[in-house]
Design a protein around this ligand. Sequence first.
Ligand code: ADP
Ligand code: GLC
Length: 497
Amino acid sequence: MNDRGKGSRSVHVLFLASEVTPFAKTGGLADVAGSLPGALKRLGANVSIGLPLYRAVKEGTFERQTVFKGLEVPVAGQTLLANVQAAETEEGVPVYLFEREDLFDRPNLYRTAEGDYYDNLERFAFFSLAALLFAKSAGVPFEVIHCHDWQTGLVPAYLSTLFRADPFFASTSTLFTIHNIGYQGVFPREKLSVCGLPPETFHPEGIEYWGSISLLKAGIVYSDAMTTVSPTYSREIRSPEFGLGMEGILQKRSGVLHGILNGADDSVWNPATDSYLSSRYDSDDPEEKIVDKAALIREAGLDPSLLERPVLGMTARLSHQKGCDLLLGILDELAAMKVGIVILGEGEPAYEDALREAAEKYPGTVAVTIGFDEALAHRIMAGADIFLVPSLYEPCGLTQMYALKYGTVPVVRATGGLEDTIEEFDPGSRSGNGFKFGPYEPGAFLDAIRRATDLWSDREAWEALMRNGMREDFSWNRSAERYLDLYQALVAARRRP
Ligand code: ADP
Ligand code: GLC
């Protein structure tokens, strides 16, 4: 692409995601969908966001106004009426909120403790169709619809089938981003009619997935191009070990699959400006971090003597993906090492219970908070010395990048985006930003933690390591440029006769 092409960045994009920070969040998808649009806007793109109007959004203090009433959305053989409200992100990106109380005014985004909501297919088919019909009713001809994860996988399928001949969408392309191939939006085949797709889409080159339907597969098959959130994960998911059944179709479409590393939003995750902290600091003056460590030790109820020992932090969805089994497998050894451990998470009940038990077994040493707590997540980032990310697989991972910015040294498993962002520290050359282990085994994890805690006693080397991470650039700008290049290539391809 020549410089002139790059100069004009005014592509018209609709971002569709099932969670967006700060409106509604369960994990990293929300952080990406909340930050990337602002970065794209700064580069000249004309971006809007679409999101369901969940109860969580209503309970927030966001300014919202109704911009469309009575949108007719055909789902499961009925016409559902929807209203559309509009809000704005801090950067002034419009956010369209699709309102339908019976589907979205619920305590959680996707599930209860007992399992997924029974009507998730109806909910996200509704969201996907409503977004397209709203764009059409409002007469906004988006050039690219950028969809994220299975919840929006039907959008490319609708555009390739129901709207294929609709002149309104003739210049609309789709980009589908896979944030996590482990969540595939699988539903029984009998439900195909619920989403309104024609029966001929039910075949192995279409929406069929081992006899069921998969909305993730719909996104993969019908989108014009795809991205995933790190270069290593984009290779991994083409293999049987990581592809979880999607590797075949991904190999087939590998020409349009790109790995673009996520960024970390400096306006949200920055120890120099973070209002959740007792004390703020930066890479020129990291000494104040000790104040945040003392505050975390108090808040978590750890033994005050741990101020003189390494404190390990971990914040994660408590799922198999995040390496909870590895962590549970080494907690006895860690407790014997006289380090502090602060864990924040929620998820699978078995992990929640096991962690609660560990906290009872090691009071003052292991502190566990079960729940979702944005403020505590920030205080762990700042107050811990070491941050643990022992994932079985990790498409990108944001917390290790946040940890680096906070001078909290990551110990990670070498997979996906963790492999791409963390380099083992070399005490000789003092290069590297963390500690990494390969085999998914408790011993390997423990060894990596020992390498970190051993180095921690060498203050000079440790501070060099902290600074290496704090001075790295993980801002969104570079990745946003790559997304914009992709959008523009899609627009150009559609214009060609
Ligand atoms: P994933 O998207 O797989 O959960 P990421 O590392 O990409 O993993 O992003 C996780 C995001 O969710 C981070 O912003 C992290 O701080 C946040 N997070 C995870 N669990 C919790 C929790 N229990 N409370 C607060 N924030 C959490
Ligand atoms: C997913 C992945 C995580 C990634 C996030 C944002 O939830 O599990 O690795 O960082 O999406 O892309």
